[in-house]
Each structure stands twice: as structure tokens, then as C-alpha cells.
Design a protein around this ligand. Sequence first.
Ligand SMILES: Nc1nc2c(ncn2[C@@H]2O[C@H](COP(=O)(O)OP(=O)(O)OP(=O)(O)O)[C@@H](O)[C@H]2O)c(=O)[nH]1
Length: 360
Amino acid sequence: MTETLIPVTVLTGYLGAGKTTLLNRILSENHGKKYAVIVNEFGEIGIDNDLIVESDEEIYEMNNGCVCCTVRGDLIRVVEGLMKRPGGFDGILVETTGLANPAPVAQTFFMDDDVRAKSRLDAVVTVADAMNLLTRLDDAPEAEEQIAFADVILLNKSDLVDAEKLAAVERRIREINPHATIHRTERCAIDLSKVLDRGAFDLERILTLDPEFLEGEDHDHDHVHDENCGHDHHDHDHVHDENCGHDHHGHDHHHHHPRHDESVFSVSLRGGTLDPNKFFPWIQEITQSEGPNILRLKGILAMDKDPQRYVLQGVHMIVEGTHQRDWAEGEKRESRLVFIGRKLNEAALRKAFEDCVIAA
Ligand SMILES: Nc1nc2c(ncn2[C@@H]2O[C@H](COP(=O)(O)OP(=O)(O)OP(=O)(O)O)[C@@H](O)[C@H]2O)c(=O)[nH]1
């Protein structure tokens, strides 16, 4: 019986840990399987979808909130739609935002009758950033939930730390989660059979961790969920979108799950072509001076006189840039840049960015 159920892999991990890197590996590898990918991102301009490699796989983007709360109904609808597709899929991958608590995402696959009848949660795979995890565990509750909930953990970015630190991070992970399989990786290089179709999700363990995990199974959870979302907290996404353009993330979707970190918000910038002689020194300077507050930085940029799209990625002070592909004929040369972090000075970021724009 169980063989006919579609395995679902929930891919989680804090901002910038390497989730998209792993997803791109899965999509690029010649595994002969057909996966449907559901991507959820935080930050108002959709950039992540542009960072996923081109493949034959079907990709569904959900940008209107966090998959663990506001768009959970969307997740059920997307999955239900996938189940009805002729030919079907060998697996479904759900990449959560870096700020998601994986528990409600996993719950989705137990609570909806149609979804439960056709799919099985295969594993929660968490990518951890070896360089930043210890700090995150101290200041971000989601980071701890992602580790606690994992069946498989990729201790990634092993190239950025020495052996001693790697061992210390692994010890801390073990304290939080003694059960998960841990793999040390660099750029998420791993045999995919260690990640996919593991049959690793252990409901018994999760119920020990969270006895109310299956709570609401007999109820119409959409309503329960909506009520919690509407009444137990104020919706920052809306308040801030309207008042200051910030893109806050704060909810109390389920009483027994800790809140999201409300101090984290995003600043989305958009403009035309940029002057590289102004832009790069600015990014250099801002990531050095504000690095601790910049949890994540992502951009698809149009540089002046550059025929290619330039992709910029940062996690704290580490910034990487690469050319992605030629701008297509007729494609609008537009630059999009998103900062996600704490205490970001939106007005100053906006002004500095606009100073780099040379053509609208
Ligand atoms: N040095 C190093 N960099 C890495 C490694 N893995 C990923 N990166 C880089 O880290 C940055 C973030 O990687 P992503 O895969 O986009 O991370 P993510 O978890 O998808 O990020 P969000 O979706 O924003 O949460 C990128 O610049 C990657 O190239 C690694 O093992 N070592």
C-alpha cells in the first residue's frame, strides 16, 4: 500500500544555509525521476525562482507569505492539484523559507484527508550553516525548531570553518536532536539517496517532541488556522506593507509553536541598470559595517554595459557574485535586490541603492 503514496520531502534550514543549493543539485542530477517542487520565499520580490536551475521539473512558487502559516491553505491546494495530475510524480519537494517552522508544514501532510490518502511525509531535511548555526541557535527560535524537527541534517558550509568548530556545531546539533542523521557537506554535495526517499520521518518521535502535532486532525483546520492567524496576532505583513513598505514576518499561527522572530524583516529594492563602480564598493562597505544584521542578501542585477544578468548572494559578511545568463532579447534590464535582516535602515539602503542606478 505505502509504495503507492507519493513521498514528500520538506527542505528546511535557516536563511542562507544552502536550501536552494541542495534543491539545484536535486534538479540537476540525472536521477530519472519526476519531482514536483514547491518553493516558498520570504521577501516581496520573487528572486528565488530565478535562482533555481532550469530543469524539466515543475516548480510552484508561493510568495504570498510563509508556508508555515499564511499560505498553508495554498500548500494544500497545490498538493491536491498535483495529486490529480495524470502520470503523477515520483516525489514532491517543499522548500520552506528560512524563517519557517517546519512543524506546521509537516502537519499539513497529516491533516488534510485527500493529501494524507495519497502522500507520505518522507523526511524533513534541514540544511545547517556550519559557520552561523551556533549564533542563530542563540537568537532565532526557528533555527532550533528546524534542527529539532529534522530527520536528516546537512551540516553544510564545512569549508568555512575549522575542524574544531565543525565538531562543536555537531555536538550542539546532537544536544537538540539526537536522532537525525548528520552529513557534513560542502555546497550540499551529497549522494541524493541519503536525502530523498529515506522513509525517515518518524511520527512517534515527533509526537514526543510535540504531543499536539496531530491535533486538529478531526477539525476543519483551515478554520482553526484562520482564526489563530486572524485573532491571535496582528498581521505584520499588512501593517508594514501599508505603513512603511517593510515586509515583516510575525505570527502566532499555532499556540504551542513559538512565534516567528518579529525583529526580522526585508527591504526590497528595484531599479534599472546599475553603475558597478558605485554598486560594488557600496555592497562591500554595507556588508562589512552591517554584516551582523544582514541575515540574507539576494539580487538579480543589471550592470551597466554588461550583457549578462548578475546574481549577488550574501549571508552576513560573505558575499558572492556570479554571472547567470545573457539578458534575453526584449527582457527588461531591471535590478532587484532584497535585504533580509534586523535593524536594517530602509531609507538609507534605498537611497544608497538609488544612487547606484544610472538608468531607470
Ligand atoms: N562557502 C560556501 N558557500 C555556500 C555553501 N553552500 C551554499 N553556499 C552559498 O551560500 C549562499 C546561500 O545559499 P542558498 O542555497 O541560496 O541558501 P538558502 O538556504 O536557499 O537561502 P534562503 O532561501 O535565502 O534561505 C549562496 O551564496 C551559496 O553559494 C558551502 O558549502 N560553502
